[in-house]
Design a protein around this ligand. Structure first.
Ligand code: GLN
Ligand code: ZN
Length: 751
């Protein structure tokens, strides 16, 4: 018999409402607390989470969504698939963290983005000699602990297909789906153990099935769920899909013996599709109607109408979030400074759980039973729709008038710039930030809490800038920067100054491991209240005769690292942000700045999962960048910075950005990116990073010379710039100085 449930979510944040887990894990790494103390923090967080979900009215509560670091790494542990190089580490927890972070002798697993979110998972390595074996201790313990608290627990697992598709084949054959037969029996065994331990449902996550998949991969998914649903003794299976619609995979999954399927109803067309698959009539549809990836309050009337339209298509219906709530902050309760009306428009994790409960109650007992909640949601929605900050006539008129985004031909710009800049061959520069010292952080914190006044803050930042400018002159760099001391974060810094954005005080979201970010909220039309960076950059320029490069963050990156509006297309928001950045570049130019860098490290991050959506995205992303950078005259040199090495699908877009100089990560990929750029006809300035800033090691002159030689094989000297891979803010000042001295020496010798 299948136990019915009506309200759930697919997962929860786990870092702790006050980042308790982050602090405990980092203390453990620093050997300030022991494993028992760490586990007691973790246990408390897990229990608080389950009880709060149950208390909020969920009648099925996901467990095993906790992780000390990452759920994909946990799955590698579950399947006995940690790499050989950590197997010698006796202590279980140390072995786990070594795989995650490395240690003196062990290189960690690679890390990469979890689909199109800002969460990063660890990539399991599978070799031909990997022998899988089942280690279910963690999931069984969480299930047992939750059931002991009388929580209606539903264990969550990363599914076998997604696990293999996300893993990396090392020293052997891909595709890894060949290894399905090795792991399916382990999953089958696990299902039986979960049933024996009292699980009525198990949630198996297969987000990989929402991306483009080959026929073979789809067949593998079918085989997997035919097999698992045929297991004799097992819980009911809820197959969870999220981050998009299942497309052609939906009927395939519906044809297997699974009992339930969660569908991301925020995906375009998902509702219509679900209604068109007859096989769903025998299944439980878990309707992912509350968006798990944004922070907007749900339109409950609309959600109820959608749910009503699905009732006939499903055997039964439960209400859920569209994905795990891992991707949103814990609760609005931690944001005393966000006030109405904005506050009333928002729903963080806890508020989304409450929405799920309300919708489920409406399904169970009719809308009258939740009239108050429906009314409140309506009021909030109306207030949001009518708020003047969502419609800035001036901004809209400027964009509607149509702004040309093409600059003069590159050759003309090159001439205009050469005269004003007088740079040597192979000019040397850096990517923008210099080490963020404790002094800098203290000054920023003191300013925030009122400990120092604005004048004192400016004085301290100027003294940091003066130090960095002097350092760069001593080292002999050609194009200087101000060092970005005033920026806590390259997106938040701009969001805090732009109309249309709100910042949170505690809206932390896990990015990877113990690292959390606080994305700003884009809620309205975007405009500048005034220049944002000019004073700092102009101050730096006043201290030196060398050109100082102004530093801005590009529109795509600002959007990628924020919670964005859901009431207009992302590209419209991109244009508005671009317009503000454009005005800033023009102000910098007027202040005498001759080089402006507009960073777009997230250009590739926002690339949609499905091929059919990619071209359109790249088109508006490139346009927004060009809108930001085409307001200046030919003599102003535009730089951009992109920091990842696999350019593949965005390589044409990099050409299309038409930046005079592009600095890119290349040290780790041995300059291969230059050939890739050549192959698509790139003929502008390029600064392939000549050393990797992600490690504290100081590169020797010889090493940098070697990188330069490699670069010169692909790029003529007139186009080549010399710079590190990325910003220097995480490095120590001593190693930065030593590294840059070697960089300058290598460039000079090469000239
Ligand atoms: N200008 C930024 C810095 O140097 C760029 C950072 C980035 O690429 N993520 O810190
Ligand atoms: Zn970078």
């Amino acid at each position: 018999m299948t136990i019915e449930f009506t309200a759930t979510v697919l997962g929860s944040p786990r870092i702790g409402p006050k980042r308790e887990l982050k602090k405990a894990v980092e203390s453990y790494w620093a050997k300030k607390i022991d494993a028992a103390a760490l586990e007691s923090v973790a246990k408390q967080l897990r229990e608080d989470n389950w009880l709060s979900l149950q208390g909020a009215g969920l009648d099925s509560v996901p467990v095993n969504t906790f992780s000390y670091y990452d759920q994909v790494l946990d799955t590698a542990v579950l399947l006995g698939a940690l790499p050989d190089r950590v197997q010698g580490i006796d202590d279980e927890l140390d072995r786990y963290f070594a795989a995650a972070r490395g240690n003196e002798t062990v290189v960690p697993l690679e890390m990469t983005k979890w689909f199109d979110t800002n969460y990063h998972y660890l990539v399991p390595e599978i070799t031909p000699s990997t022998t899988f074996s089942l280690h279910p201790k963690k999931v069984l313990k969480e299930l047992k602990d939750a059931l002991a608290l009388r929580v209606p627990a539903r264990p969550v697992l990363v599914g076998p297909v997604t696990f293999l598709l996300l893993s990396k084949a090392v020293g052997g054959s891909s595709p890894l789906l060949d290894r399905l037969d090795d792991i399916l029996p382990l999953y089958a065994d696990l299902l039986t153990q979960l049933a024996d331990a009292g699980a009525e449902w198990v949630q198996i996550d297969e987000p990989a099935l929402v991306a483009d998949r080959t026929q073979d991969e789809i067949a593998a998914a079918k085989r997997t769920y035919d097999y698992l649903s045929a297991v004799d003794r097992r819980p009911s299976i809820l197959l969870a899909s999220y981050f998009g619609g299942l497309g052609g995979v939906l009927p395939v999954l519906a044809s297997t013996g699974i009992e339930g399927l969660s569908i991301d109803l925020t995906a375009p067309g998902a509702v219509e599709q679900a209604a068109s698959v007859p096989a769903l009539a025998g299944k439980r549809i878990v309707a992912g109607i509350v968006d798990g990836r944004n922070i907007w309050r749900t339109d409950l009337d609309k959600a109820l109408a959608t749910l009503a339209s699905l009732v006939g298509s499903a055997g039964s219906l439960a209400v859920s979030s569209s994905c795990s709530l891992l991707h949103v902050p814990y609760t609005l309760d931690s944001e005393p400074d966000i006030t109405d009306p904005l506050r009333s428009w928002l729903a963080f994790g806890a508020e989304k759980v409450a929405e799920v409960a309300v919708l489920a109650k409406a399904l169970r007992t009719g809308t009258d039973s939740v009239a108050v909640e429906l009314d409140a949601a309506r009021g909030a929605l109306t207030s949001r729709r009518n708020d003047p900050r969502l419609h800035d006539a001036a901004v809209r008129a400027r964009l509607a008038a149509g702004i040309g985004v093409d600059r003069s031909p590159a050759e003309a710009r090159r001439h205009a710039q050469a005269a004003g800049l007088e740079l040597p061959a192979l000019p040397t520069t850096t990517i923008g930030s210099y080490p963020q010292t404790t002094q800098i952080r203290l000054a920023r914190a003191a300013r925030r809490t009122g400990g120092i006044d604005e004048a004192e803050y400016v004085r301290r930042m100027q003294s940091e800038i003066a130090d960095v400018v002097a350092l760069q002159e001593r080292i002999g760099l050609d194009v200087l920067v101000h060092g970005e001391p005033e920026r806590n974060d390259m997106v938040q810094y701009f969001a805090e100054q732009l109309n249309g954005f709100a910042a949170t005080a505690n809206g932390w979201v896990q990015s990877y491991g113990s690292r959390c970010v606080r994305p700003p909220i884009l809620f309205g039309d975007v405009s500048r209240t005034g220049a944002m960076t000019v004073d700092w950059i102009a101050y730096a320029q006043s201290l030196t005769d060398k050109p100082v490069k102004g530093m801005l963050t590009g529109p795509v990156t600002i959007l990628a690292w924020s919670f964005v509006r859901d009431d207009q297309p992302l590209q419209d928001s991109a244009d508005q942000v671009a317009l503000a950045i454009r005005d800033e570049t023009v102000d910098l130019e007027s202040a005498g700045i001759r080089i402006v860098q507009v960073d777009e490290p997230a250009l590739r991050e926002l690339l949609p999962l499905r091929t059919q959506d990619k071209a359109k995205y790249l088109e508006w992303a490139v346009r927004a960048f060009k809108l930001s950078t085409s307001g200046v005259s030919d003599s102003t040199q535009i730089h951009t910075h992109l920091c990842y090495s696999e350019f593949g699908e965005v390589i044409d877009a990099i050409v299309a950005l038409d930046a005079d100089v592009t600095s890119i990560e290349a040290a780790r990929s041995h300059m291969e990116v230059l050939d890739d750029l050549n192959s698509v006809g790139f003929d502008l300035g390029v600064g392939p990073g000549v050393y990797d800033i992600h490690s504290p090691r100081v590169p020797s002159v010889e090493e940098i010379t070697e990188s330069l030689r490699a670069a010169l094989k692909a790029v003529p000297a007139e186009r080549l710039w010399v710079n590190p891979d990325c910003g220097l803010k995480t490095r120590g000042i001593a190693e930065v100085e030593a590294s840059l001295r070697n960089l300058v020496e290598a460039a000079r010798a090469m000239r």
